[in-house]
Design a protein around this ligand. Structure first.
Ligand SMILES: [Zn+2]
Length: 360
């Protein structure tokens, strides 16, 4: 840690976002102008800032960088309602809907068909994606000491809750451990991604991936709320738990690959998220509609299933199962099951950490 980070981690006296000055102890709702619609309609990005009287780090939490990825929107809503926030030290910058254009259209992309997460850092005279990226960087990322960006799988594709981060950095690794997911993916930085730019600017960033696009998934949401709270505790933004149970260190996957449909056809899937698989194991079958011909989908290597499609239809080459290579996949699968049991509500009366009735 260098000196500048030590200073920054106390947070500024006055935090200025989009021209609004927010003092310690203030809570502010902002509407940050982004690229307008061609209907002459103004479009804004909603941001909520909560600052404690006491100095402390500034962390942003963002969701819907891909406009159809919704679990994070609900994670942030629940987070902002937590009673524990009365004991906050520092500043939360909550941005539940980053890609406002895509969100309006239930789309991952922007109207210029660009992927916002390949458009960072953007520019103020670029196309829609570039402008939005620039606003997000200038007003949110560069005002923060840390960040957590919340994602889901694509449409019809779900991810097992997982953290993706550059684990070679000690600060990032510690945050990832504190999030509490059993599985971390040591993911290379992609050109133009938020992670890559944040990394360049020295803002440690975690990416949480859980669930499926255009769906709420209670397990993914609860694990996400718990994870963000865990990171805030680790950073001293919330008081540590009294009986700090040290969770077992997460397992790191360094490599993963997609098992694809060998033929076009109707899909029968036999393996679910979080299960461990052996090399050569049959994961499912692709058959013609009459059941006359049938081809098995086999695991190329042993590992744990971290992503799957839910659409039982496939063209040859379509990605069906995402399998991560890990050491001790069987033991990890058992831990994933425990993790799931710990976060999945028992019944409609189980309100969990955030005091919310479970969504079904
Ligand atoms: Zn995403």
């Amino acid at each position: 840690m260098d000196d500048s980070r030590d200073n920054r981690s106390q947070g500024p006296e006055i935090l200025e976002i989009a021209g609004r000055r927010i003092a310690r102890g203030e809570r502010a709702s902002l509407e940050i102008p982004v690229a307008d619609l061609y209907t002459h309609t103004k479009l804004t990005m909603p941001v909520n800032v909560i600052r404690s009287e006491a100095p402390g780090p500034v962390m942003f939490i963002s969701a819907a960088v891909h406009g159809d990825e919704l679990n994070g929107v609900e994670i942030i809503r629940r987070l902002l309602r937590l009673r524990q926030l009365r004991r906050l030290r520092g500043t939360i910058i909550a941005v539940p809907i980053v890609n406002v254009h895509g969100f309006l259209r239930n789309s991952r992309y922007l109207p210029d068909r660009r992927d916002l997460n390949r458009s960072f850092p953007g520019s103020s005279n670029g196309s829609v994606a570039g402008r939005l990226a620039k606003v997000f960087i200038d007003e949110i990322v560069l005002n923060a000491d840390y960040g957590i960006d919340l994602h889901t799988g694509a449409v019809h594709r779900a991810n097992l809750p997982q953290i993706r981060a550059d684990l070679s950095q000690a600060t990032v690794r510690d945050m990832a451990d504190a999030f509490g997911c059993p599985l971390l993916i040591d993911a290379p930085l992609r050109e133009g991604s938020l992670r890559e730019y944040a990394d360049r600017k020295g803002v440690p960033l975690l990416l949480y991936e859980a669930g499926e696009a255009l769906r709420f998934d209670e397990f993914s949401i609860r694990a996400g709320v718990r994870g963000v709270v865990g990171v805030m505790r680790h950073l001293g933004m919330l008081p540590a738990r009294r009986q700090a149970s040290t969770p077992a260190a997460p397992v790191v996957a360094t490599d993963s690959s997609w098992e694809r449909a060998p033929e076009s056809g109707i899909l029968r899937m036999l393996v679910d998220l979080g299960q461990h698989v052996e090399a050569g194991q049959v994961l499912g079958y692709v058959a013609d509609p009459f059941g006359e011909t049938e081809v098995a989908i086999q695991a190329e290597h042993a590992g744990i299933v971290i992503g799957r499609t839910y659409l039982p239809l496939a063209h040859a080459g379509d990605a069906i199962y995402h399998v991560a290579r890990v050491k001790g996949a069987e033991a990890l699968a058992a831990r994933v099951e425990q993790f799931q049991e710990a976060h999945e509500p028992d019944d409609a009366t189980d309100r969990g950490l955030s005091g919310e009735p479970p969504l079904v």
